[in-house]
Design a protein around this ligand. Sequence first.
Ligand SMILES: C[S@@+](CC[C@H](N)C(=O)[O-])C[C@H]1O[C@@H](n2cnc3c(N)ncnc32)[C@H](O)[C@@H]1O
Length: 248
Amino acid sequence: MITAGGDAASVYDSPAAFRAFIRGGGNIGLYEATSGALRELYRRHRPQRLLDIGTGDGMALLPALTEHRPAVGVVEPSAALLAETTAELTRRGIPHLAWPCTAQEFTATHTRRWDLVQSTFALQSLPEADKARVLRWIAAHTDRFVLVEFDVPEVASVWEPAWFRDCLARLERGLREYDGDRDLVGAGFILPVILGKFGTAAPTNYELAIDAWEALLREAGFAGIATRRLADYWWRPAFLVEAVTGAG
Ligand SMILES: C[S@@+](CC[C@H](N)C(=O)[O-])C[C@H]1O[C@@H](n2cnc3c(N)ncnc32)[C@H](O)[C@@H]1O
């Protein structure tokens, strides 16, 4: 799934299309792989305190909390999505704290340390300088960070014919994965986010190649970085990057 900042932030404010999008098509396998990998990380590292940045409605986080159950902190600017996550955490009796704000706002004021920090498909919403600032805060407040993002190679111009044709083909493949709710998902989420790439205003989306994420993590202070391909997906393949501050 692709996310965006700027204009496309509204796609999370009225989240019906986003909710339908992540519950259908290739997102089903993508989220199974993501939550499964997180569950395995919790089993291995047994964090007592877990922070999830850009949690959304908990689609990646909640299914991962079935075996090891740490206390959870969730940071999410969409009040509607955050409310869904906290309602489910409460229903399951999982101790949690919730902050209805952006990663930038949260990291500007918070000083608490966490055993594990994670972010799935959310930090791509941040412009480059904000990414660097937020990652520096994360490196200073945890020993272990798990990032899940798509590998999106940099392109000099989105109008470059080969890139443009490839983008259209991927878009068509993505839309075809939806049937009854194709209009809702297409008009309410996929198209606003993709078209944001072609606007004349500031970019609405700040995805990176995975090696660029790795470079940012090193600059932020992470010493050990392990990356693995998590799932194929119509937009781009998704990768899990595990970063530790010490030798790991
Ligand atoms: C594609 S969703 C991913 C949600 C969830 N992590 C998941 O895997 O399903 C991107 C999320 O990032 C959130 N987001 C957007 N801008 C953000 C920011 N500046 N700081 C933190 N989260 C942000 C959105 O509200 C949305 O919930």
